[in-house]
Design a protein around this ligand. Structure first.
Ligand SMILES: Nc1ncnc2c1ncn2[C@@H]1O[C@H](COP(=O)(O)OP(=O)(O)OP(=O)(O)O)[C@@H](O)[C@H]1O
Ligand SMILES: Nc1ccn([C@@H]2O[C@H](COP(=O)(O)O)[C@@H](O)[C@H]2O)c(=O)n1
Length: 419
């Protein structure tokens, strides 16, 4: 039976709504009376066209995560081309796990538009909250109505609250629900997600069979465990293989080879499932590292820094200023995960990294394309890497030649790990 999770509280007048239109966040709230002017989001509309939103409420987080992805695909496929679709969420400021996710739509000018019927059908089929936003005659004030779809008829649950301006929250709303949705703080929390998704993703049971029964020991290893981190094409594979040869070390990767058959499948799943997959992969690699480090040094290609940094940077949009504050719990090393002796973070000039990616000749993953074209995403990943606290993380310029870089890192290892 899928684990159930508390439904966020619906105190409409306390909630803030965030809509990302053309990559820019707009925030609004609801009040009993209108303000002097409508929030910029509504003022941005070319003219008073009908607006709607769909918000998901589900006690089953796996169901909600996969439904959100399916809804996005359905809306992109079936909405009229002139209808604008934007990601939306609603949250209670500073209240963890209060986030409701969904979509904001600005309908096209033509009537009758198919949009309202499509949204009603989706809302009824998936028990979603359907909201409509209507302006007054002067197109100055907007009102939100929340509709309940009962038995095929729209019942106005009578919120009828006025849409008013709201200031931007201190951090991106996603930061309120990041832990155990994007970043997992324990092996069991990540494992629970895989257990919950077996009913809809049977392959998850194969992954579970490859996991330790509990978090492996996180006791300090006898020999050093060295992790190499960095963006795609910074030279991790090249350096870790050279370190293995130079130190007579064992080379491990995360996710481990034992989970390779399911990686592509989980890469196509929404963040909740994908990030849980990579999180449990770190624990499998940690168990292997702990065993090997009893007799020889161990080198690991990517580990928890990658899992946390990419998850955090993906969950948040916009500039790095929207990331959770430095020192937040989300950056802290999991207490049940092996702490490496040293983490080397390879840094590289973006143009040189692009050149290496090109010369490597392999195809690009969606994430690599994002890193290439979305400078804000790349800056968020780099900043999230830097904010992670726990084992010592040393940034090393990866632009020298492969051999020069190896010598530099060997000096670092020998000085820090007494090898
Ligand atoms: N120090 C270096 N100087 C110049 N080129 C390098 C250097 N290190 C690696 N390369 C080249 O850059 C490309 C990417 O290197 P590599 O595959 O080691 O990076 P990576 O970080 O493991 O990439 P990914 O994370 O995407 O697997 C390869 O073609 C490699 O030959
Ligand atoms: N420990 C890890 C390792 C990887 N990831 C995610 O996979 C992406 C690609 O990794 P490659 O090693 O194939 O370049 C990486 O960007 C992360 O999103 C992870 O989360 N945790």
């Amino acid at each position: 039976m899928a684990a159930k999770h508390a439904l966020p509280v619906l105190r409409w007048s306390s909630r803030v709504f965030s809509v990302e239109l053309n990559g820019a966040p707009f925030y609004f709230a609801l009040a009993d009376r209108p303000e002097a002017e409508a929030p910029r989001l509504f003022g941005q509309l070319p003219r008073a066209r009908r607006c709607f939103s769909l918000l998901l409420r589900s006690a089953d987080r796996v169901h909600a995560a996969r439904l959100h992805a399916r809804l996005r695909d359905a809306l992109l496929r079936e909405l009229p081309p002139e209808c604008r679709l934007a990601p939306m969420c609603s949250f209670l400021p500073e209240v963890r796990d209060s986030v409701l996710r969904g979509f904001f739509l600005q309908d096209g000018p033509d009537s009758p538009s198919p949009t309202p019927r499509l949204l009603e059908a989706l809302a009824q089929q998936h028990a979603l909250l359907l909201c409509s936003y209507t302006p007054d005659r002067e197109n100055r004030h907007w009102t939100q109505h929340v509709w309940s779809l009962e038995g095929g008829t729209r019942v106005d649950v009578g919120t009828g609250l006025c849409v008013v301006c709201s200031e931007a929250p201190r951090c991106h709303p996603a930061a309120l629900s990041m832990i155990n949705s994007d970043v997992f703080r324990t092996f069991q929390d990540a494992r629970d997600v895989l257990t919950e998704c077996v009913a809809v993703l049977p392959e998850a049971s194969s992954v579970l069979e490859h996991l330790p029964s509990r978090a492996p020991s996180s006791a300090p290893p006898a020999f050093p465990v060295l992790v190499v981190e960095g963006l795609d094409a910074t030279g991790k594979t090249t350096l870790t293989e050279s370190l293995r040869d130079a130190l007579g070390a064992v080379l491990l990767r995360s996710p481990p080879q034992s989970l390779a058959p399911w990686r592509a499948l989980f890469d196509r799943e929404p963040p909740l499932l994908r990030r849980a997959f990579y999180a449990v992969g770190n624990y499998v690699t940690a168990e292997q590292a702990a065993q090997q480090a009893m007799k020889t040094p161990v080198v690991v290609d990517r580990f928890w820094h990658s899992t946390a940094a990419y998850a955090i940077a993906t969950a948040v949009s916009g500039p790095p200023s929207g990331l959770p504050d430095p020192g937040s719990e989300v950056y802290r090393w999991p207490a049940d995960l092996l702490r490496p002796s040293l983490v080397v973070l390879l840094t590289l000039d973006p143009e040189e990294r692009r050149r290496r990616l090109r010369d490597r000749g392999q195809g690009k993953t969606e994430e690599e394309r994002q890193l290439d074209h979305n400078q804000l995403f790349r800056l968020r990943v780099e900043e999230a890497y830097r904010r992670i606290s726990g084992p010592p993380c040393i940034a090393v310029d990866a632009s020298p030649s492969a051999d020069q870089l190896l010598q530099q890192v060997l000096l670092l290892v020998r000085s820090r790990c007494c090898l």
